[in-house]
Structure formats: structure tokens, C-alpha cells
Design a protein around this ligand. Structure first.
Ligand code: AMP
Ligand code: MG
Length: 396
């Protein structure tokens, strides 16, 4: 049995980022930059007024006030090419380029307009309410580094830098195969002993969130020939094959045998974690294969801990692996040493409250959790009030 970190490293060590493609800035949310985004313009692109008011030269405010100046021109947002005559003010609006010669803006609330003149009681500080060309980012600077996952804020910056398309790593293609004689679609007619396939929708959604294109394959029963057939076509056309269920040691667990028969090199198939011990990892040519256990919590957890980092690494994401946070425990956790334990917990007033049902087949524990509290494999647990490491479900 492999240690958690070692197992994850074994997977990530095999990864080379996928090919680059260009996508429109409107379509790039959640994608990962395949190269540094260097600014080819100054941001802002020209000096402009941050206020509605009057553009001036600070040097015109000698001696003591008040100062009365004629309003010689007007500049609105979108205008350009204006010069300010010495000893005059220009009416100006937010976003308008500063007229040549002007160096300061007084907001209109601090000005008294009478006819074609304007009076100021306080002298402006040179440069006030002026946003300087390049003050946010200079041309040539790196705006966003390669490996950055784009989000709405980063897309806003890219568009401000005049980028219409962005170089990103292509999405990994994921094929998802759920196995088990007992499974049927949620909402379909129940037969005795059957249960809805809850992993299919959940795991597909997780993989999509991590940026994958997910194809759900028709489910297979616990039959070797049927499973092999499903694997054949999937393996040929995906970057990552996820199988669910049938990877343990029961008489009807045919997935491992089917994978091996289809030429998948199984690297490991057990990890020292709880839940989620029976997790198979292998490769066939460039395709990665993760054989996830069928128990819903185990399936979700192993996909989050191993599969999503893999999907992110394939996209060149430089934050492929989630970082742990520290939390205080509301009550004690007892553990039989031997495997790294992941305990589902809610965050209540900043304290981790561990869910009462930690069974690996209990989907409520994940659905109602905010955190996975981690208890090291050699530990017998943690006391109430102890500070422990945890992963935030939102970060997975
Ligand atoms: P297995 O890994 O195939 O031994 O399955 C372990 C447990 O998970 C069994 O109780 C299965 O019924 C359940 N299970 C397997 N696959 C799914 C699925 N797709 N949705 C919900 N439960 C599942
Ligand atoms: Mg099964």
C-alpha cells in the first residue's frame, strides 16, 4: 500500500501539459494560461481624469485664493487631442483623457461655476485625481503568469490589456465509466436491490469543474467482457479514463482485470487512506486511468485528491494540488492508526464539527461538509480543541 503523497506524486510525475489552443476572452473563464500574458500596452493607456470636474495646471494657483479661471474647453470620455491654454481650466469628465498641459483635476463639488468662469477656494495638489498612463501596469510587464487559471477578474485584466483571445491549454478529455449490476439512472423505475447511480452525476460535475470535457459512457454491469468492451473505445479517445466501482477484491470486481486485459499498466491499486483505499492508477500510452472505488464518499474523495490534481496538471495549472489549512476541532476524533484519515466536517463559527456518519457509503457527509479534516496515518486521533490540518471542499 502506498502513502498518500507518494501515490499522488507517482501520478503527477507522469504528466506533460496538453497542447495549446487560443480561445476568445469571452470563453476563457476557468481555463489555464499556457504562457505568460505580457502586457503590450500601458494600463491605463493614457492619462485620464478620475473625476467629473475641471482639468488645470497646478502652477496657475500661486499666491492665495480664491482663484477664478475661464473655462476654455471641454473634454469628455472618448474625446482626445485637447490642449489646455495656460491660465484656464477645462471642463472634464471621468475617463476623459487629460488635455495636454493639464496636470491636475478638481472635482466639480469643489468648484463654483458661474457662466464661463470657474472659481476654486482650495489650490489643487499637483496630479490629484489624475490616473497616469501605465501606473497600473507598464507595457512589457507580466500581467498573469503561465499556469494561472483564469477567472472573471483575470479575464477583465486581459481584456483591459486589449487581448481578444488567450493562449490556454486544451481541456483534458475524460471518459467516465460507472460499473455495477445494481445501478440505474436516478429517477428511473426501481428494481429490488437496485440503487441510483449517484456517482455518475457527481463525479462528472467535479471533473468539469476542474476544466475537463467529460463524456459519460453507458454503464456496465459486473461482467468482464462487457467492461472490456466499454474500456476499449474509451481508452482510444480520452486523456483520462475514470472507472467507478469494481476495483476492490470482491468476486464481482472485474474492473482491474478488465483494465489489465486492455493493456493498461497498473502502477498501484491501493493507497493508505481512509476512505478510498482501493484506488487503481495506471496508464496506457498517453491515457491515464484512475479506477475509483464505488462507495460514493470514497469515489468523490479519491477523485478530488488524485483525479482533479491530475486534470489540473494536464492543463498546466500551477496550483494543481490544493493547500491545507489549519482548523480547531470541536470534538475529539479517534482513529485506528494505519491510514491517513479524511474526516468530513462542517465549519461552524470557525471550528470544525465532524459529521456523525463517517461511513464511506454515506453521501450526506460530503454533501453537508465544508472541510476534510486530515489525521495522519500513524496517529490515534486528535483531542477536542486540537489544531489539525484540513482541506476546504471549495478548494478541491
Ligand atoms: P464497489 O466499489 O463496486 O465494490 O462498490 C462499493 C459500493 O459502492 C457498493 O455499495 C455499490 O453499490 C456502491 N456504488 C458503486 N458504484 C456506485 C455508483 N455509481 N453510485 C452509487 N453507488 C455506487
Ligand atoms: Mg460494484
Amino acid at each position: 500500500m502506498l502513502d498518500f503523497e507518494l501515490a499522488r506524486q507517482r501520478i503527477l510525475a507522469e504528466v506533460k501539459p496538453l497542447a495549446r489552443e487560443f480561445v476568445s476572452v469571452d470563453e476563457a473563464d476557468g481555463r489555464v494560461l499556457s504562457e505568460d500574458l505580457r502586457s503590450s500596452v500601458d494600463l491605463p493607456p493614457f492619462d485620464y481624469s478620475a473625476m467629473d470636474g475641471y482639468a488645470l495646471r497646478a502652477a496657475d494657483f500661486g499666491g492665495t485664493g480664491p482663484w477664478q479661471l475661464p473655462v476654455s474647453a471641454e473634454q469628455r470620455a472618448g474625446g482626445s487631442g485637447l490642449a489646455l491654454a495656460a491660465g484656464t481650466a477645462a471642463r472634464i469628465f471621468t475617463g476623459a483623457p487629460l488635455p495636454d498641459g493639464a496636470d491636475s483635476v478638481v472635482m466639480q463639488e469643489d468648484a463654483e461655476r458661474a457662466g464661463s468662469d470657474v472659481t476654486f477656494r482650495v489650490a489643487p495638489k499637483r496630479g490629484q485625481h489624475v490616473r497616469r498612463r501605465g501606473e497600473d501596469l507598464a507595457s512589457g510587464a507580466i500581467a498573469l503568469g503561465r499556469g494561472t487559471r483564469l477567472n472573471p477578474f483575470r479575464l477583465g485584466l486581459a481584456a483591459a490589456l486589449d487581448c481578444a483571445t488567450l493562449p490556454v491549454t486544451r481541456r483534458p478529455r475524460v471518459a467516465l465509466l460507472c460499473t455495477g449490476d445494481e445501478l440505474r439512472d436516478a429517477g428511473s423505475a426501481a428494481r429490488p436491490g437496485s440503487i441510483p447511480d449517484s456517482n455518475g452525476p457527481s463525479l462528472a460535475a467535479l471533473a468539469r469543474r476542474a476544466g475537463a470535457d467529460v463524456r459519460r459512457l453507458p454503464r456496465t454491469g459486473d461482467d468482464l467482457a462487457e467492461t472490456r468492451k466499454a474500456l476499449q473505445s474509451a481508452l482510444a479517445e480520452c486523456d483520462v479514463l475514470l472507472t467507478v466501482g469494481g476495483v476492490s477484491v470482491g468476486d464481482h470486481d472485474v474492473v482491474k482485470a478488465a483494465l489489465a486485459a486492455e493493456g493498461v499498466n497498473i502502477d498501484f491499486w491501493k493507497v493508505k487512506i481512509k476512505p478510498g483505499k482501493p484506488l487503481a492508477f495506471g496508464k496506457r500510452e498517453s491515457a491515464f486511468v484512475l479506477g475509483l472505488p464505488g462507495n460514493p464518499v470514497s469515489a468523490q474523495l479519491t477523485l478530488c485528491l488524485f483525479g482533479l490534481p491530475l486534470l489540473r496538471a494536464l492543463q498546466g495549472d500551477n496550483a494543481a494540488v490544493p493547500r491545507a489549512v489549519e482548523v480547531k476541532l470541536a470534538s475529539a476524533i479517534a482513529q485506528k492508526p494505519g491510514r491517513l484519515g479524511f474526516y468530513r466536517a462542517r465549519l461552524v463559527d470557525g471550528v470544525a464539527v465532524v459529521h456523525e456518519n463517517q461511513a464511506s457509503g454515506a453521501p450526506t457527509s460530503m454533501a453537508q461538509a465544508d472541510l476534510l479534516v486530515m489525521i495522519p496515518e500513524d496517529s490515534g486521533g486528535a483531542a477536542a480543541g486540537a489544531t489539525v490540518s484540513a482541506l476546504r471542499l471549495d478548494d478541491l
